[in-house]
Write a protein that binds this ligand. Structure first.
Ligand SMILES: *[C@@H]1O[C@H](CO)[C@@H](O)[C@H](O)[C@H]1NC(C)=O
Ligand SMILES: *[C@@H]1O[C@H](CO)[C@@H](O)[C@H](O)[C@H]1NC(C)=O
Length: 259
């Protein structure tokens, strides 16, 4: 598949979030497995296949109205008897509306923070003190993918879900056009990782993503993604990977002991 990266840097005035700074909070876990496939990001049952099922619901400041969907965090519990110092890596698939903890983890992710043989002990705690920081998501052999949602209707409505967004990035805008056309139309974030438009170009479709990581934003152009006969329920390879990592200056957090 033909791909082309259009690098176009421009200034964003995003406040410096310093995502990769270490934050202190608490984490709990979902006692019902079903909670994982009903996450606010809209990944549905696909979520269970992400990151070995190590998933998390995050508070609104991390969820960011859906822009935080698919972001990865390293998280460790602070009790060194109970937990390993490396902790584990989770991917955001849901919004946590409970203000007692920054994260609610899948039980698999919660147990993965524990030292060997202490998985049941950490579950018994139910809630633990944690430290966390944002880390890049890595999809080595997996390109960014676009899943056409079931609500899509040829010619009138197109809803897509973004999957396998690597690096430490946010997609803040998506444009769509017929392949070969410069007549771009914008899509809107419907919810979570789902974007839509009711002005659907005919023919095969290309997409242009505005991706930010830290201060920088750039266009990433996926030249040919959907065939003319695109179908709802099908996932299409974008032919590109996003792997940018925030370069923002994070002093004084750069001096953190947790590298
Ligand atoms: C740490 O975890 C161990 C094992 O569960 C427990 O015995 C101990 O009380 C915990 N320490 C603190 C400070 O919570
Ligand atoms: C947390 O949520 C509870 C219940 O929804 C609410 O009563 C409380 O004021 C909240 N606390 C903070 C710090 O927002």
């Amino acid at each position: 598949m033909a791909t082309f990266l259009c690098l176009f840097f421009f200034l964003f005035s995003f406040a410096t979030a310093c995502d990769r700074c270490v934050h202190q909070s608490k984490a709990a876990f979902f006692s019902k497995a079903a909670a994982l496939s009903s996450g606010a990001c809209g990944y549905g049952s696909l979520a269970i296949g992400f990151n070995g099922g190590q998933l998390a619901a995050a508070v609104p400041s991390i969820y960011k109205d859906g822009a935080g969907c698919g972001a990865c965090f390293q998280i460790r519990c602070k009790n060194t008897t109970l937990c390993s110092s490396a902790g584990t890596k989770v991917i955001i698939t849901d919004l946590n509306r409970n203000n007692q903890t920054d994260f609610v983890l899948s039980s698999r992710a919660f147990m993965a923070m524990a030292n060997k043989g202490m998985g049941q002990d950490i579950l018994k705690r139910g809630i633990v003190d944690v430290e966390y920081k944002r880390v890049p998501c890595e999809y080595k052999n997996q390109n960014l993918a676009v899943r056409v949602e079931e609500s899509s209707q040829k010619a009138n409505y197109l809803a897509i879900k973004i999957l396998y967004q690597g690096g430490q990035t946010e997609i803040v805008a998506i444009d769509v056009a017929q392949v070969g056309s410069a007549n771009w139309g914008f899509m809107s974030r419907n919810y979570g990782a789902v974007w839509d438009t009711s002005r659907v170009p005919a023919g095969p479709l290309q997409f242009r993503f505005v991706v930010t990581s830290g201060y920088d934003g750039k266009y990433v152009w996926a030249q040919k993604v959907l065939p003319a006969d695109w179908k709802a329920g099908v996932t299409y390879d974008s032919g590109i990977q996003i792997s940018d990592i925030a370069q923002e200056g994070c002093s004084p957090c750069d001096g953190s002991i947790w590298k």
